[in-house]
Write a protein that binds this ligand. Structure first.
Ligand code: ZN
Length: 168
């Protein structure tokens, strides 16, 4: 009996990974280990480009150690992305804290994500750079599961949990 070829990561696969993300100094930024693993839809830009391209063609059980430059991660840091705005630009009933994320529109009406960098009285410093922009990302990633995406997942551009069940 021939062994069936193992599934390999490709566009249109829902891939389950465990990962630990550290910075260049080895400080852990984020980790799925000890929590449920992460599902993503390959080819749909659910994860940073450098991680997605390194996982292409990998099989369950493979483990990679990657050093991803900012250009393949969350992009270079753009100092022009930082702005100081009045506190009253934000809803009164939200307590603003550094690291909070908001959806906003730029001058041309395009939807952008902004992060709160600092709150000083009536002045809020906002940043359009992702908090990890400009940083080298060191990933220790292992492939846990690979399955075909459902048509619904393909059309939504993201996975729907175990077995493709809708969860949002
Ligand atoms: Zn969906």
């Amino acid at each position: 009996m021939p062994n069936p070829a193992p599934q390999r990561i490709a566009d249109g696969k829902v891939v389950t990974i465990h990962y630990t993300l550290t910075d260049e100094a080895g400080i852990t930024i984020d980790s799925s280990r000890g929590s449920p693993p992460l599902d993503y839809l390959h080819g749909a830009r659910n994860i940073v480009p450098g991680l997605e391209s390194a996982l292409l063609g990998k099989a369950v059980g493979e483990r990679l150690n990657l050093r991803i430059p900012p250009e393949e991660g969350y992009g270079p840091y753009n100092p022009k992305g930082v702005q100081r705005v009045p506190r009253e630009s934000f809803p009164d009933d939200i307590e603003l804290e550094p690291g909070m994320q908001f959806s906003a529109e730029d001058e041309s009406g395009r939807g952008v994500t902004i992060w709160i960098a600092e709150v000083e009285g009536e002045v809020v410093t906002i940043d359009q750079n992702h908090p990890l922009a400009g940083k080298v990302l060191c990933f220790d990633v292992s492939v846990e599961q690979i399955r075909d995406a459902t048509l619904e997942e393909m059309s939504h551009g993201h996975p729907h949990g175990p077995g493709g069940h809708h969860h949002h």
